[in-house]
Design a protein around this ligand. Structure first.
Ligand SMILES: NC(=O)c1ccc[n+]([C@@H]2O[C@H](COP(=O)([O-])OP(=O)(O)OC[C@H]3O[C@@H](n4cnc5c(N)ncnc54)[C@H](O)[C@@H]3O)[C@@H](O)[C@H]2O)c1
Length: 329
C-alpha cells in the first residue's frame, strides 16, 4: 500500500491518478485545505485500489493510525502549504505543515517499518527547486549539487523538510529519495498560481497582476511529466539520492502572461486581453530565475519530460475554459 499525502491537491491528485490507473493500491491522506478538493479525485473515487483519509499530517497520532490501519509500506509525500505569497503573509502554517508534518510522517514510517525488511519500503519526498534560491540570468541550471539557499518562508520550510528526510535516512536507515521540481502547470491547479490566475482573470475580464517588471524567469513543466518523474524516482531511484525534475523550458513571467493572452484572444474570439495586464508592487524577496538541469533523472531513471510547452499550455487553457463554461470554476 502506498500512502500519498496531499493527494487531493494539484500535483498529488495527478500522482494518484497515475498510480491508481496502473493498478497500484493507494491511500490518500489530505485534510482538504483551501488548496485540496475531492473533485480532483473524482475519477479514482470508488476504485477498489483507492482509499481516502481526511487527516492532518500535523497530527502524529493520526499518521500512526493510518500506517497501521492501511498497512502502509511506501510513502509519496506531497502534502504542504505551497504558495509563496501566503508564506510571506504568515510563515507559521508553513512551519507547522511542511516541517512538523514531515517529521510526523518520518516518525510514523520509522515506527511502522522498524523490524521489517527495509527494502520493501520507501519514503519519497516531493520538494521544489526553490530550496536552492535563485540564479542570475547567465548561471547554469540547478543540479543535485547546488547549495541550499532558500529565500522565502515557503522555500525555507521545504528546505527544512528535505534536511529532515536526509537525516532520518542517515540516522535511522529509512529508505528514501527526494525529488526537486521546477514550476508546474496543468489542470486542477488552484487559481492563485500564475497560469490559472491569468486564465481566470482573462475569462472574467479582470486585471492580470504582474509582479515588478515581470522579468523573472521560471522553468515550467507539465504536471503529468512531473508526476511520472516522481513515480519513476520512487520505483527506480537509488536509496538516499535526490533527483531534479524539469523540462528545460524557461519563460519570463511577462512573456508567459502575454502568451496566455494571445491564446485566449484566439480561443475566445477577442483581441483586447493584453490590456488587462497590470504591473503591481514586486513580491518581497522575489527570486529572479529558476532553472533545472534534469540530466541525472534523465540518465539514471530513463525519465524525461515529454509534453511540449505549446501543446501543454493550450490544453491547460482549454481545460480551464471548459470548466468555466460548465460553471464548475
Ligand atoms: N506547484 C508547483 O509548481 C510545485 C513545484 C515543485 C514542488 N512542489 C511541491 O509539490 C507538493 C504539492 O504541490 P501542489 O502544487 O500540488 O500543492 P497544493 O497546494 O495544490 O496541494 C497541497 C495539498 O496538501 C494538502 N495539505 C496541506 N496541508 C495539509 C496538512 N496539514 N495535512 C494534510 N494535507 C494537507 C492540501 O489540502 C492540498 O490537497 C508540495 O510539497 C510542493 O512543495 C510544487
Amino acid at each position: 500500500m502506498i500512502l500519498v499525502t496531499g493527494g487531493a491537491g494539484f500535483i498529488g491528485s495527478e500522482v494518484v491518478r497515475q498510480l491508481v490507473s496502473a493498478g497500484r493500491r493507494v491511500v490518500v491522506v489530505d485534510n482538504l485545505t483551501y488548496a485540496g478538493s475531492l473533485d480532483n479525485l473524482a475519477n479514482v473515487a470508488g476504485r477498489d485500489n483507492f482509499a481516502f483519509e481526511r487527516e492532518d499530517i500535523r497530527d502524529g497520532d493520526a499518521m500512526r493510525r493510518v500506517f497501521a490501519d492501511h498497512g502502509v509500506q511506501q510513502v509519496i509525500h506531497l502534502a504542504a502549504e505551497s504558495h509563496v505569497d501566503r508564506s510571506i503573509d504568515n510563515g507559521m502554517p508553513f512551519i507547522q505543515t511542511n516541517v512538523i508534518g514531515t517529521a510526523n510522517l518520518l516518525e510514523a514510517a520509522r515506527d511502522a517499518w522498524s523490524g521489517s525488511t527495509l527494502s520493501n519500503h520507501r519514503f519519497t519526498h516531493v520538494s521544489t527547486d526553490e530550496v536552492y534560491g535563485d540564479l542570475t540570468e547567465d548561471e547554469p541550471g540547478f543540479t543535485e549539487q547546488s547549495p541550499y539557499k532558500p529565500s522565502s518562508p515557503y522555500s525555507a520550510s521545504k528546505a527544512a523538510s528535505d534536511h529532515l528526510v536526509t537525516a532520518w535516512g542517515r540516522t535511522h536507515q529509512l529508505p528514501y529519495v527526494t525529488t526537486n521540481c521546477s514550476n508546474n502547470y496543468g489542470p486542477y491547479q488552484f487559481p492563485e498560481k500564475l497560469i490559472p490566475l491569468t486564465i481566470s482573470r482573462c475569462l472574467r475580464g479582470q486585471s492580470i497582476p504582474v509582479y515588478g517588471n515581470g522579468r523573472q524567469i521560471r522553468d515550467w513543466i507539465h504536471v503529468t511529466d512531473h508526476a511520472r518523474g516522481v513515480i519513476m524516482a520512487h520505483d527506480k531511484g537509488r536509496n538516499g539520492e535526490s533527483y531534479l525534475l524539469g523540462s528545460r523550458n524557461e519563460q519570463r513571467n511577462l512573456d508567459l502572461v502575454h502568451r496566455i493572452c494571445d491564446e485566449m484572444n484566439l480561443m475566445l474570439g477577442r483581441n483586447d486581453l493584453h490590456e488587462l495586464i497590470t504591473f503591481v508592487q514586486d513580491r518581497k524577496g522575489h527570486d529572479l530565475r529558476y532553472a533545472i538541469n534534469p540530466a541525472k533523472a534523465e540518465s539514471e531513471l530513463g525519465w524525461s519530460a515529454g509534453i511540449g510547452f505549446e501543446t501543454g499550455l493550450r490544453s491547460t487553457i482549454k481545460w480551464y475554459v471548459d470548466r468555466y463554461n460548465e460553471g464548475t470554476s
